[in-house]
Design a protein around this ligand. Structure first.
Ligand code: NAD
Length: 249
């Protein structure tokens, strides 16, 4: 994979899978526009990559806000002169039973896990469609494929990402823009550690055929592959990266 001369926008770059993805893009030669709502995480990632000689820009952005998302893409294009790949790993959930939550929580979960992808794609396509090339990679979850107790509305939002990817990929194919997603299983990141105690983590590991959690780097590799020219005949797909947890089509 070679991203020399190319520019990737990575939202969620302040932590976990997004940070590992930004790092891998940079390793393959891309200039990277790093974005996150969390300024501290963003600065840490930027310093880490700049220390390795990568060319990066930093953009604080709340991806649940359409105006901020439009501004992010415009700033990234202005900073680097072009955009080739756009990735979001933004997502969040708590583990809580459906009947114990109310509309405010459900809306927040849908905003963070689905609306962010919708806003980002709308903004990205203003650049990618006219240039007739580009690749978008979103982040679903195996919860959206098979469901998870305690993550009902999160699973609905992540299933929404899968349907969105399939439909958008059909619309953007004529412009040479590919749209795909990854669907992580249990992955050792700050999000998972905040959400689950050791007992729950061990239970999850027992359910995974490969009998371990994934790493952020193991999610980053397929994201960057899907963004690359190596995946030039792949669009509309959501790839499970979950140690075999789900084997649905
Ligand atoms: N870790 C897992 O086990 C797991 C499993 C399945 C799916 N996922 C999905 O993978 C993705 C990445 O998860 P992670 O484990 O790396 O999480 P993480 O919490 O480590 O990273 C998520 C990043 O997104 C940022 N973010 C959150 N809301 C934002 C917003 N509104 N605007 C901009 N940035 C925002 C956070 O600040 C954080 O830096 C998420 O979409 C998550 O749902 C993770």
């Amino acid at each position: 994979m070679n991203f020399d001369g190319k520019v990737a926008v990575v939202v969620g770059a302040g932590s976990g899978i997004g940070r590992a993805t930004a790092s891998l893009f940079a390793e393959y030669g891309a200039r990277v526009a790093l974005a996150d709502i969390d300024k501290n995480g963003l600065v840490e990632t930027a310093e880490m990559l700049a220390g390795r000689g990568a060319e990066v820009s930093q953009h604080v952005c709340d991806l649940t806000d359409q105006e901020q998302t439009e501004a992010l893409i415009e700033d990234a294009r202005r900073s680097h002169g072009r955009i080739d790949s756009v990735v979001t790993t933004v997502g969040w959930s708590d583990t809580t039973f459906f009947a114990t939550e109310e509309a405010e929580y459900w809306r927040r979960i849908i905003d963070i896990n689905l609306m962010t992808s919708i806003f980002l794609c709308r903004a990205a396509l203003r650049v990618l469609s006219p240039q007739k090339s580009g690749s978008i990679v979103l982040t679903s979850s195996d919860a959206g494929k098979v469901g998870t107790m305690g993550e009902t509305v999160y699973a609905a939002a992540k299933a929404g990402v899968i349907g969105f990817v399939k439909s958008l990929a059909r619309e953007t194919a004529r412009d040479g823009v590919r749209v795909n997603a990854i669907s992580p299983g249990p992955t050792d990141t700050p999000l998972l550690r905040a959400q689950s105690d050791q007992d729950v983590i061990e239970k999850m590991i027992r359910a995974v055929p490969l009998k371990r959690m994934g790493t952020a780097e193991e999610q980053a590799a397929p994201i960057v592959f899907l963004a690359s020219d190596g995946a030039s005949y792949i669009t509309g797909q959501t790839l499970s990266v979950s140690g075999g947890l789900t084997m649905t089509s």
